[in-house]
Design a protein. Structure first.
Length: 167
């Protein structure tokens, strides 16, 4: 997720001519909804694993609106995609911390939190490198399409896995 969302401002600016300010305003939709949803997620009456699966599912659904970045830019689709995936991201962020801490004995919560953060940074780094390599090899338009499609599939599969593992 982080790799894809880190690279998309470049796509918007290089392929579609948006300014840095325009791009920042678009991504404020994603980050703002992620922040607000994370704060409000305690009111969602689901287990942390179910919230995680829901967040991943929403993120995957939201990424479908970002498929338009590979060809003709559709701002309404991009905004809707960023809004839905931002909401999903807020659920994910609140859930993974909870799951990391509850998965270890009480005297090891720091270890659970540290493992969570380490996995997030490694995953973000690998994701960004993978996106850059894909776009570098396939070109901006085709590489963006492949990257967004891969994010949809991987995030959707991870949502299903989150439900199955915790069931």
């Amino acid at each position: 997720m982080v790799g894809l969302l880190s690279y998309l401002p470049t796509v918007l600016q290089e392929a579609h001519g948006l300014t840095a300010l325009d791009t920042a305003l678009l991504f404020a939709v994603w980050s703002g909804l992620s922040f607000v949803t994370s704060l409000l997620s305690r009111h969602v009456r689901l287990s942390a694993a179910a919230r995680l699966a829901l967040g991943l599912g929403l993120s995957a659904a939201g990424y479908t609106g970002l498929l338009s970045l590979a060809a003709t830019l559709s701002l309404p689709l991009v905004i809707a995609g960023l809004a839905v995936s931002g909401t999903g991201s807020g659920l994910i962020n609140s859930s993974i911390t909870h799951l990391a801490i509850e998965s270890v004995p009480a005297h090891r919560v720091s270890m659970g939190s540290g493992a969570n953060n380490t996995a997030r940074y490694i995953g973000s780094s690998l994701g960004a490198a993978g996106i850059a390599a894909t776009i570098g090899a396939a070109g901006l338009s085709q590489g963006t399409l492949i990257s967004v499609a891969a994010a949809i599939v991987l995030t959707g599969l991870t949502a299903a896995a989150a439900l199955l593992v915790r069931a």
